[in-house]
Design a protein around this ligand. Structure first.
Ligand code: SD4
Length: 332
């Protein structure tokens, strides 16, 4: 028996689609790739670390009620910022070497607009100040005293962010200092929250907020408030966020790179891994720190990868909000 060779026309005829106009065929192509069917799984949220679960819960509530991705990421990470037990974000964050808590944050919306604050002190919710910078000024980033003054002018309340627990950890660190110490590498501790959300309309937004590396040099700013390094969102493609050694994310424009990889056709998982591979190559394989990326594309697909073992991330869909392990690239 001669095997019939199926043509595109045969397929369309069988599916009853011959006679459709060009624009309708375009839709059929999308359908074949599965996009509208994935819509059922919207909204989606991905965020870093275990505390991402509580942040996702808040973001998910907003999204399930039909809210916008931008509101979801802001209110979601607000939960982490207000948690005194969380020693890497907002209130209760570990201080710098002088015992001062300094916060970095940035936010990016579906319209490509973004806002950031860096080296901000005495304000519990830096992400909300970053959003205010985005919406109420034509600047992108404010730092230090200027960021604080802007926040106070907009009604944010001043508050001491150094909890007793964080102060004790700082004193312990100081007591152990010796003349052999240097700043390389700094103490580890990677619990920045980066969050990307996709709402029911298919719009993306992202947020990233942190107290930065513990016991850093006073004045140090990491990747978390830097658009393209700690966070990047392109509403036509996807979004990505970082956690870990900020200097490494800055040197590779990490989050931007992840999004650009997705633009070139990589899945979110492949894109996260490609950005980390770029870093490994840049450093000729000499990696003595942790860095991780999370990513979410326009179709609701996610990715998460780190240099070393230990990355966890929280993944929210209408069905569940689950803590998962990220893939890592370097086995010690
Ligand atoms: C920083 N990326 O300041 C931040 C630190 C971090 O989880 O991610 N901690 O470099």
């Amino acid at each position: 028996m001669v095997k019939k060779i199926w043509t595109r026309r045969d397929f369309l005829q069988k599916a009853g689609l011959v006679g459709l106009g060009l624009s309708q065929l375009k839709y059929v192509n999308l359908w074949a790739k599965g996009r509208p069917s994935r819509r059922g799984e919207f909204p989606v949220v991905i965020s870093t670390w275990k505390h991402g679960l509580a942040a996702n819960t808040k973001a998910g509530e907003i999204l399930m009620a039909g809210g916008k991705a931008l509101d979801a990421v802001e209110k979601g990470v607000n939960v982490s910022e207000a948690d005194p037990e969380l020693m890497s974000v907002g209130y209760g964050g570990l201080p710098d070497e002088d015992g001062v808590v300094t916060l970095d944050a940035c936010i990016m919306g579906p319209d490509g607009n973004c806002g950031a604050v860096a080296f901000l002190q005495d304000i519990v919710h830096p992400i909300s100040v970053a959003r205010r910078v985005m919406e109420r000024s034509d600047h992108v980033m404010l730092v230090g005293e200027g960021a604080l003054r802007f926040a106070l002018a907009h009604g944010f309340k001043r508050q001491n962010l150094l909890t007793d627990k964080a102060r004790e950890r700082w004193l312990e660190w100081k007591e152990k200092l010796s003349d052999q110490d240097d700043w390389f590498p700094p103490p580890q501790g990677h619990d920045t929250i980066s969050m990307i959300a996709l709402d029911k309309n298919g719009d993306l937004a992202g947020a990233c907020t942190t107290s930065g590396l513990a016991f850093k040099i006073h004045g140090r700013v990491g990747d978390s408030p830097i658009i393209g390094a700690g966070l990047y969102v392109d509403n036509g493609v996807g979004g990505a966020g970082a956690t870990g050694r900020g200097e490494a994310a800055i040197k590779t424009c990490g989050s931007f790179l992840v999004v650009e990889e997705m633009r070139r056709g990589a899945s979110p998982q492949e894109a996260c891994e490609a950005a980390l591979q770029r870093l490994i190559k840049q450093r000729k394989g000499k990696i003595d720190f942790q860095l991780a990326f999370i990513a979410l594309n326009k179709d609701g697909e996610i990715g998460a990868a780190s240099l070393k073992d230990g990355l966890q991330y929280a993944h929210f869909t209408p069905k569940e909000n689950k803590l998962k392990d990220g893939k890592y690239l370097i086995k010690d």
